[in-house]
Ligand binder design. Sequence first.
Ligand code: ZN
Length: 194
Amino acid sequence: MTTRDFSDNFEELTLPGVDEGEIVVIRSARRKKSISAYRQGGRIVISIPARLSKADERAIVPEMIAKIRSQEESKTPGEESLLARIDELLTELAPEITTRPISVTWRGMRERWGSCTSVDRTIRISDRLKLAPDFALDYVLFHEAIHLEHFDHGEQFSEVLGRFEDAELASAYLDGYEAAERALLAPSELKKLS
Ligand SMILES: [Zn+2]
């Protein structure tokens, strides 16, 4: 698609339960029949044929949004499986750590990837990891689980974390995600960071 197509044919609409700007509908002259929907960053982009009537658009767009959301939901591990995964990681990579969390919960956190409160044995994982590759999620789960017994990022902590094979790949993924997030921030938000 050319830039011109994009600027000529896109508009945003707000639907109930959808944040403004979250949905982008592109009307493409080249697209004859098919409709596609995909996630791009925080947005759901729906591409429809230019000829589609407004009434059809109103009927189809919510269906496509629901489809994307349910696909995402089915790919998101539930909290029970996060607990089970931590148990597997500790058993395999750090058998000397016998403490287990009592809960692992998804949390909307933008500043951190995860956090652990060792006193009540609770772990929170940023929901930005919901669709992350397994190695990145595992890395954060393992990092937080080590905090159950090693409270700072000292030598002992680093030694245990170093047993995670894909550590470099996972760090690169997380750093890249953060860099992309910063790049997508509005200039006013960026000023606050500097
Ligand atoms: Zn930490």
